[in-house]
Design a protein around this ligand. Structure first.
Ligand SMILES: O=P(O)(O)O[C@H]1O[C@H](CO)[C@@H](O)[C@H]1O
Ligand SMILES: [Mn+2]
Ligand SMILES: [Mn+2]
Length: 406
């Protein structure tokens, strides 16, 4: 039994999803394209990183073999390790959506088999009735945006008008999201969070997955910056997840980073928040010290997606992967007999792809620990196999979706 540590490298897809064409993502491959760009010198940035992608620890945990399995191609410029440790393979997503909650819930044993509501891609994203209800209930003079947008571009474009007018910036993406950007001091952080709660209720009938607060600071288009005070208001998962099953059995679930928000705080015993992948890793290591036998530490590393995937920043994504990889020996040193670490991802966000949205991809699975032998587990039909593997490892009854690969 011992403990389980589940790490989500947010958006670290490995390509090859059989249903990618249905999402307009045929050929997307987050890992493969980053490796290819780095090998060709297109992943260099002065003062940040240079050369082929170097992920020695994840490579030793099977990442190269996994990519070959998922796409038929070996990632460019990356040495094939002599030996591979741990369980390794890939998984397809069955959920209807390539968003963060769908991916995480399926990983936790609960695929999303219903269709989320989405806002239209053309014209105004939000109906006049919805906008009118928001303005009335939140006492606002109006809203700005009302379109599909990239969060950093839209605050650069509309941030100054927002400060002048007091109208929040409302936008969406190809995900089931209603996002609200507002200035932390001119508009007020607390006021933004209350506004999100009002909008959460108003979009419930539309089946919208998340309302997201996107606070920012700065005074001009050139200096606006989003802060770490982002908050996601998610609908609760449709069925009890692995997290509920564990807490119902008296175990502790540590949610590091966005995990609490993603599960609408259901089945979470302790929340550890931190800003940035390195601080999230520090919080994870702290939770590893505190976790008892039978507990789960569940961490989301959001920078890959938020700072680099959506921003289509290959050198940034590559550097973040390399920095994460360098910290894995610290994780290894925290392990006790019987522990298991499992690393995976929730969807892709190929930084070389068109647009700024997620990409439908397979995800890698790398599991290791003192008692875990080296074995290829193939391509799993659902991410739910990951949650069921953790359930089996922690000795709780199997759930209705997915099968353990232990
Ligand atoms: O462009 P930003 O604001 O980062 O938005 C991104 O973040 C949202 C939530 O993860 C996604 O749906 C995507 O649109
Ligand atoms: Mn995600
Ligand atoms: Mn994202």
């Amino acid at each position: 039994m011992a403990r389980a540590f589940l790490f989500i490298l947010d958006s670290f897809g490995i390509g090859g999803a059989p249903d990618a064409p249905a999402y307009g993502d045929d050929g997307s491959d987050t890992f493969g394209h980053i490796a290819e760009f780095c090998a060709a010198g297109a992943g260099d940035r002065k003062g940040l990183r240079a050369g082929p992608l170097a992920l020695p620890n994840m490579s030793a945990l099977g990442l190269i073999a996994i990519a070959k399995l998922a796409t038929g191609r070996t990632p460019a410029g990356m040495p094939i390790p002599e030996r591979v440790f741990g369980l390794h393979g890939a998984a397809n997503e069955v959920s209807h959506g390539k968003d963060t909650p769908s991916g995480h819930w399926e990983i936790a044993g609960t695929p999303v088999m219903f269709d989320w509501g989405y806002f239209p891609a053309e014209g105004e994203a939000f109906s006049p009735e919805l906008v009118e209800a928001i303005c009335r209930e939140a006492e606002l003079p109006g809203i700005l945006g009302n379109c599909h947008a990239s969060g950093t571009e839209i605050i650069a474009r509309l941030g100054e008008e927002h400060i002048r007018s007091g109208k929040p910036i409302c936008y969406t993406s190809s995900d089931s999201v209603f996002q609200i950007a507002a200035h932390e001091t001119h508009f007020g952080l607390e006021r933004l969070l209350s506004l999100c709660q009002i909008v959460r209720k108003l979009v419930d009938p539309l089946n919208i997955g998340r309302v997201i607060a996107r606070p920012f600071v700065g005074e001009t288009a050139a200096t606006f910056q989003r802060t770490g005070n982002r908050r996601d208001y998610s609908v609760p998962p449709p069925e009890p997840t692995l997290l509920d099953r564990l807490t119902d059995a008296g175990r502790s679930v540590y949610g590091v980073g966005k995990i609490g928000d993603i599960f609408a705080h259901q089945g979470i015993s302790r929340v550890l928040k931190a800003n940035g992948n390195m601080a999230l890793m520090d919080a994870t290591l702290q939770a590893m010290d505190e976790a008892q036998d039978g507990d789960l530490v569940f961490s989301n590393f959001v920078d890959f997606d938020m700072l680099f995937g959506h921003r289509r920043d290959v050198p940034g994504y590559a550097a973040a992967l390399e920095a994460f990889d360098r910290r894995l020996p610290e994780v290894h040193r925290k392990l006790r007999p019987g522990d298991m670490v499992l690393m995976t991802a929730d969807h892709g966000c190929d930084p070389t792809w068109r647009g700024t949205d997620h990409t439908r991809e397979r995800v890698p699975i790398m599991a290791f620990g003192p008692g875990i032998k080296s074995r290829m587990i193939g391509i799993r039909n659902t991410y739910a196999d990951i949650g069921e593997t953790i359930a089996a490892h922690l000795g709780i009854p199997a759930g209705p979706h997915g099968r353990s690969f232990l």
